[in-house]
Design a protein. Structure first.
Length: 83
């Protein structure tokens, strides 16, 4: 990635009205770079990433009436590296 940006995409979740999307530098998601709790899209462009770094991302489908607290454990999660 020349500009240190990557677009992450995921499949739409049936019944989800929005997505809770996070990117972190650690697997426990303590050091968050992005935390978007009401994302309507099924993709997100993450910018200003360092080359040679590993990043972790996760996304959870949610109903807009739900409190974020209900989402613990419902995340799909993955890792990527910037070349």
């Amino acid at each position: 990635s020349v500009d240190g940006a990557v677009t992450l995409k995921w499949s739409a979740s049936e019944g989800a009205e929005a997505y809770y999307f996070q990117v972190a530098t650690d697997v426990n998601f303590k050091w968050l770079l992005v935390s978007e709790p009401m994302l309507k899209a099924t993709e997100y462009k993450v910018k200003n990433l360092g080359s040679g770094q590993s990043y972790y991302w996760r996304v959870a489908g949610m109903k807009t009436a739900n409190d974020v607290g209900y989402l613990k454990g419902n995340f799909s999660q993955s890792m990527f590296q910037i070349k």
